[in-house]
Unconditional design. Structure first.
Length: 176
């Protein structure tokens, strides 16, 4: 299996089959990351396509990159942030702050025992501050600490300390 960077180099040389391979390799994890960021399937699909369009646009510059996967997730993260900012501006413009999505309510009386732990974790994740939730979603997307640091544009040590804080908070939240 060719490395992402090798496929990207082939794409720079005009091999569109390399683009297809990159798309197939990263579509599922990237879509999951974007969907968790935005919470809307249609918007997530739009951002996914925008992220891969950015790959095609970037190829025109001929610029090489260090880690393709981290760069792709970084592009998707920025697109998600832009989409979220647009949502916020639209909400303020329409005075629709009351319609902002609320944290999902738990219905433990309707859940079976096995689902209670999952529900507790989901609720704990919903209460995480933005940077820690984003970190969780990047890690769930399969990124290494180094790749997360590149996506978030912070040192690896910051990623490690945030991961420690996130795990501690989640343990406290879901502890019976």
């Amino acid at each position: 299996m060719l490395a992402d960077e090798t496929l990207y180099a082939r794409l720079l040389e005009g091999d569109l089959g390399a683009f297809d391979a990159l798309y197939e390799r990263h579509e599922r994890h990237l879509f999951g990351f974007i969907l968790r960021q935005l919470g809307d399937r249609a918007e997530a699909e739009d951002v996914l396509h925008d992220a891969f369009l950015a790959v095609l646009r970037e190829r025109r510059t001929g610029r090489t990159m260090g880690c393709f996967r981290a760069w792709l997730f970084q592009v998707a993260r920025h697109l998600c942030l832009n989409r979220q900012r647009s949502r916020q501006r639209a909400a303020r413009a329409m005075d629709a702050a009351a319609h902002a999505p609320a944290a999902p309510a738990a219905h433990p009386e309707h859940a079976i025992l096995e689902r209670q732990a999952t529900e507790a974790l989901r609720l704990a994740l919903a209460r995480l501050p933005g940077p820690l939730a984003e970190l969780f979603h990047l890690r769930a997307g399969g990124l290494s600490y180094e790749e997360m640091a590149q996506v978030l544009e912070v040192p690896v040590g910051t990623v490690k300390s945030r991961m420690h804080e996130m795990v501690s908070r989640l343990r406290e939240e879901v502890r019976p």
